[in-house]
Design a protein around this ligand. Structure first.
Ligand code: ZN
Length: 352
């Protein structure tokens, strides 16, 4: 009998076990040195009867030291992180690595190739499908690969996001509040080292248990994330800041032997993002005119923007109002707007 392909799986479960990831790879994640290749996700769809989705992965392993998983392209329409990790793969010197870095610059390839937040294969938003399922949809299978194969191998997850195609988010590092004061200190330190203009502590957001953070919390993995602008494109100075921050952070974590940048971290301001119930949503459909810009200070009661009605141009627009005072943390950049769309998110100073 020939050996089943599943023998190549890396999984805490036994290959072939029903709870083990079916995604396989030729890479040996335990091997020393630099490896490039793919995780292979089997699909069987119209016109692609026995096909696979290749998920690019690089492993840099040099003896013992910290282990770090770097993800971008969890959302396919967020580009800064994808570019940053592709550049890291091409420039990282294995001799300068201590421990291991596993890098997936396009974690959900169907979404990445389509330039969409979600996968065209199953409509899946990878960061709403954790812990995933080995027998689920393609996006659930990728979530399962991350939570059962990759995260158990590492101490840190660096997860690069930006505003999606329709929103610009203030260029920032981001972590979730942690009840353990030592871990929270560590996360705050990581953001200070990364040195974006703002550093955000998230608390009280919905769907926590569907996100990768829930898998990290269960495994004791520290998750550091970003919001690097976005809006469907790349802002050059934001990308440069993030690349320098990443170099500083990798050295600070101890996974680089020598620093790759001499630039000290610029000062950062610690903020907290107001939770979902306090977002400003469109309560009309039409053309959105924002009245304020990203980073602007606003006060409760202030007009935030207007939704105009092109079918009835003589009709007065619907006016959105800020209900709290704070800083504009995210702004919708796409004008066409449906009722229920998120227009603004505010941040306020962080109080621990
Ligand atoms: Zn994202």
């Amino acid at each position: 009998m020939t050996k089943p392909e599943s023998d190549r799986q890396y999984s805490p479960g036994k290959p072939g076990q029903s709870d083990a990831s079916r995604i396989w790879t030729d890479l040996d994640l335990d091997a020393e040195g630099r490896q490039f290749g793919y995780f292979r996700l089997n699909i069987s769809t119209d016109g692609r009867g026995a096909a696979l989705i290749p998920i690019p992965v690089a492993s840099f392993k040099n003896r013992t030291g910290p282990s770090v998983l770097l993800l971008a392209g969890v959302h396919g329409d967020e580009y800064e992180g994808q570019v940053m990790l592709m550049k890291l793969i091409r420039t990282l010197d294995i001799a300068n690595v201590r421990g291991q870095m596993i890098i997936l610059p396009g974690a959900n390839p169907p979404a990445v190739m389509a330039g969409k937040r979600t996968s065209p294969l199953d409509g899946g938003n990878l960061n709403r499908m954790f812990p995933g399922h080995p027998k689920g949809s393609p996006t659930e299978e990728i979530a399962c690969l991350i939570s059962t194969v990759l995260l158990p191998r590492v101490e840190y997850l660096l997860d690069f996001h930006s505003g999606d195609e329709s929103r610009f988010i203030i260029p920032s590092a981001q972590v979730y509040h942690n009840e353990d004061p030592d871990k929270l200190d560590r996360l705050v330190h990581m953001m200070a080292v990364f040195g974006m203009p703002k550093s955000t502590i998230l608390k009280g957001l919905i769907d926590h248990d569907k996100k990768v953070i829930s898998a990290c919390d269960r495994l004791g993995v520290l998750r550091f994330a970003t919001e690097l602008g976005g809006g469907g494109g790349i802002t050059p100075d934001v990308l440069r800041q993030a690349e320098e921050g990443l170099g500083r952070l990798l050295f600070d974590l101890g996974v680089l032997r020598n620093p790759v940048t001499k630039k000290p971290a610029p000062p950062t301001e610690f903020v907290q993002r107001l939770p979902n119930r306090q977002y400003i949503y469109a309560m009309a459909s039409g053309i959105f005119e924002p009245y304020v810009k990203i980073g602007e200070e606003v006060t409760a009661g202030q007009d935030a923007g207007a939704i105009h009605f092109p079918e009835v141009p003589w009709h007065a627009p619907w006016i959105a109002k800020f209900e709290e005072s704070g800083t504009v943390y995210a702004v919708r950049t796409r004008a066409r707007t449906e009722m229920g769309d998120n227009l603004f998110i505010l941040s306020v100073p962080w109080n621990r």
